[in-house]
Design a protein around this ligand. Sequence first.
Ligand code: UYC
Length: 228
Amino acid sequence: ENREIEELQQQLLTASEKKQLQAIDRLSGLGEPGLTVLKEFLQGGRDREPNLVLGKTYQCLYQNPLTQDFLLAHFPHGIVPFNSELNIDYKPLQQALLTQDFQTADRITLQKLCELAGEAAIERKWLYFSEVDKFPIADLQTIDRLWLLHSEGKFGFSVQREIWLSNRKDFSKVWSKIGWKAEKNWTRYPNEFTWDLSAPKGHLPLSNQLRGVRAFASLLSHPAWSTP
Ligand code: UYC
């Protein structure tokens, strides 16, 4: 058994990303010794730019009652810094994503985007594209990183942007790729959307197209995605 733990630790430290993610799943099912490896790995990544592997490690430790205290003591704010130019609180978004409650996270995301846009948008509950252009880079990057790191890289605006770019900005192609349209029919909110990691890449967060594509297009063209 020790041998297995050591091999998985090695895999976690040096293998390809895909193998690293698999190692995390296996280690989290091996009780105390497996959890110890995961805790050390998270500690070791403290000063690095958080990536998908650290995101999933945090996720697994968060879901295990045995490691809640460890996280509270050593990573009380998670692994993605809540950078915000407008002093917006991203904790509720982080919490929903941590429990993989993607439907709640999606609603919070729209709420946060409206907060970024200001009073009028909060009242209106949807966005004008002219408001989106003015969103601060730091806030969009925080929202995107939270989605990305807590979905094994599946969800987030930057993922949607990559799909949009690789389809030459042709939204009619994007909709079917990200599962927002099947044949000629729009996917119906909320029940026809997929609220877990079995969804297609880029499926979430949603952006209602009822009032046109311009706000979503502005979001995907925002300088946040070409700024380090
Ligand atoms: N809905 O179809 N959507 C709503 C999506 C469309 C419609 C909310 C996404 C097409 C109406 C969210 C898609 C359409 C409401 C989404 C989609 C349509 C509504 C809740 C695939 C008709 C009731 C938050 C592109 C043909 C609300 C919100 C209202 C709600 C998302 C209809 C998140 C991604 C064009 C009637 N749809 N939406 O924004 O305002 O309301 O009447 O996109």
